[in-house]
Design a binder for this molecule. Structure first.
Ligand SMILES: NC(=O)c1ccc[n+]([C@@H]2O[C@H](COP(=O)([O-])OP(=O)(O)OC[C@H]3O[C@@H](n4cnc5c(N)ncnc54)[C@H](OP(=O)(O)O)[C@@H]3O)[C@@H](O)[C@H]2O)c1
Length: 248
């Protein structure tokens, strides 16, 4: 029970990596606030975790929604120990085809959304807390079509350094988690058929030294490490969880 009596906020906690993290956090004793846009997915989360979870519907692009999220935490009389800023948007647009709209779509969710998710949590955060942001190996390696996505996620590594410096008097640790290809609905969202999704999964698996994609639970374990006392001296850095893909 590594998170006994802890309160966590997880954006994008209704699917994939965020959902697996919420599940693990609840199993480790935490009370979890899950924030995402689709109410029907949030309803499933409520059914799954019962009284150990509260859901708030909203969009990280919308500052008023984030105010509502933390307003709910405050009105429940709770403080926040852990923020997992995990909501993300990905698309594949070659440099020659990037438009202001496609550029902004990535930065609004991945870079701006994470900044305000964390900024607005700070008044409610306990000293000694932990912040984890979900980056991607696309921020470390060159992949065609990822101009805006990769650049927007690269901001998170920078945030970890800056915010760890700003929050050091409060002993709040700030880290990024950097997953390799992980088997979540995000893979399906980037293609238009099941056949294409199967192809994408096989291609990812072939590029990873371990010969398979990560399961969301494996990324959740690493997020738990960074969020709990197990990672008590890990600060201002990123943890690569990629099956060796960036190194071999
Ligand atoms: N899967 C991978 O291979 C992989 C690899 C590296 C990094 N990542 C990163 O991991 C994170 C989680 O991805 P995933 O693979 O778990 O994807 P996923 O299964 O599609 O989950 C994404 C979650 O984020 C929520 N979300 C998306 N946009 C949002 C917004 N604007 N405001 C609030 N919530 C939002 C989604 O719910 P709603 O749609 O209902 O809002 C959902 O709960 C992302 O940041 C992604 O970039 C994924």
């Amino acid at each position: 029970m590594r998170l006994q009596n802890k309160v966590a906020v997880i954006t994008g906690g209704s699917s994939g990596i965020g959902l697996a993290t919420a599940q693990r956090f609840v199993a480790e004793g935490a009370f979890v606030y899950v924030f995402a846009r689709r109410q029907e997915e949030l309803d499933k989360v409520s059914k799954l975790f019962g009284s150990n979870v509260a859901t708030v519907q909203g969009d990280v692009k919308n500052l008023a929604d984030l105010d509502r999220l933390y307003g709910k935490v405050a009105s429940d009389g709770k403080k926040v120990d852990i923020v997992v800023a995990n909501s993300g948007f990905v698309d594949s647009v070659k440099l020659s085809d990037v438009t202001v709209e496609t550029f902004d779509r990535n930065f609004e969710t991945n870079a701006r959304g994470v900044l305000f998710t964390v900024q607005k949590a700070l008044p409610l955060m306990r000293d000694g807390g932990a912040i984890v942001m979900t980056s991607t190996i696309a921020a470390l390696r060159g992949f065609p079509g990822r101009s805006a996505y990769a650049a927007s996620k690269t901001a998170l590594r920078s945030y970890a350094r800056t915010w760890a410096a700003e929050l050091k008097d409060r002993r709040i640790r700030v880290n990024a988690i950097t997953p390799g290809p992980t088997d979540t609905p995000l893979i399906d969202a980037q293609v238009s058929s099941k056949a294409e999704a199967d192809q994408a999964r096989a291609k990812h698996a072939a590029n990873i030294p371990l010969g398979r994609m990560a399961q969301p639970e494996e990324i959740a374990s690493a997020i738990l490490f960074l969020s709990s006392d197990d990672g008590s001296f890990v600060n201002a850095t990123e943890l690569l969880v990629d099956g060796g893909m960036c190194s071999i």
